[in-house]
Ligand binder design. Structure first.
Ligand code: MG
Length: 301
């Protein structure tokens, strides 16, 4: 994950002194210095150099696998603490939070804008927009009348729970409302970071090709819902939609799949229904928990 690109925090850019580990039991890992004086920590399998086969599932020059695992655990445990705080605040507020994940250009903001229009006054919603730079997307959201806060991550390639906690403080967390968190456009790093959300929605536009779930499985694996977007373009593409769905199902067998075109409106109703159902389920769960708590208090009296 982001030990590779060094975007995960101050302590991610460190330490070049550790001995290299190698990697693993798939294929065989090299320990010998090569002609450039480097050590190898990848696996060979025919024509594939697999840098993801070791315990860290990644490679960074100068960092051992063990050190990378240690850094990742440190970053993610801090993140998990902030995520737990966010989750508790959302529960207390009675807000359903959705982490929206996709590569750049899959149509996350466009889907949100259309969603907010359709929800209208019936269901309130707020949006956290994650991008490396610009406030373009938050402005597009605010134009619908919904509150939005932009988080610019600079060189960072994902939102983390700490950023989201700060952003939540700038938004109205109204009971029964939805909080959409549009992550930075990236099919890789955002997958590793729990933001405290209730649900993960991964978008993939049909223009991106059938094989993306297999190439970038992490972003699909924990998705509650996979939305295949821009389906109005299918007649103009060679993409095999049945194969794309089968590939999603291979990496995310329990995820529901929806086909949506914001342009034609196809699938929008099913998406809005899914949102409404999940919101109702959360509110019913919270009401049941509150009733159980009250009953426990009465019993203790
Ligand atoms: Mg966007």
């Amino acid at each position: 994950m982001c030990t590779v690109c060094g975007c995960s925090g101050d302590d991610s850019k460190i330490d070049t002194g550790h001995p290299h580990d190698h990697a693993n039991d798939h294929g065989h890992a090299h320990a010998a210095a090569d002609g450039h004086g480097h050590h190898h920590d990848h696996a060979h399998d025919g024509d594939v150099l697999d840098y993801g086969a070791g315990p860290a599932r990644a490679h960074a020059p100068g960092l051992s696998q063990a050190r990378m695992v240690e850094i990742e655990r440190g970053i993610l445990s801090k993140n998990d603490g902030f995520a737990a705080t966010n989750r508790a605040r959302l529960k207390q507020a009675g807000v359903l939070a959705l982490n929206m994940l996709a590569g750049p250009g899959a149509g996350k903001t466009t889907l949100l804008v259309e969603t907010l229009r359709r929800l209208g006054q019936q269901v309130q919603a707020a949006v956290i927009e994650g991008d490396q730079q610009t406030s373009n997307d938050a402005e597009r959201i605010r134009a619908t009348g919904a509150p939005a806060i932009q988080v610019n991550t600079g060189k960072g390639c994902h939102l983390d729970a700490h950023m989201v906690g700060h952003a939540m403080a700038h938004l109205p967390l109204v009971a029964g409302s939805l909080l959409f968190i549009e992550n930075v456009g990236n099919l890789v790093c955002p997958a590793a970071f729990d933001l405290g959300e209730h649900l993960r929605v991964t978008l993939l536009s049909v223009t991106e090709g059938e094989d993306k779930p297999l190439k970038y499985p992490d972003i699909f694996q924990n998705a509650d819902l996979v939305v295949l977007t821009k389906t109005d373009l299918l007649p103009h593409l060679d993409v095999d939609i049945a194969l794309l769905e089968a590939n999603v199902a291979r990496v995310a067998p329990t995820a529901r799949i929806l086909h949506v075109s914001t342009r034609s409106g196809a699938g929008m109703e099913a998406w809005i229904d899914w949102l409404r159902t999940r919101r109702s389920t959360l509110l019913a769960d919270l009401a049941a928990a509150a009733e159980a708590h009250a009953a426990a208090l009465r019993a203790a009296e």
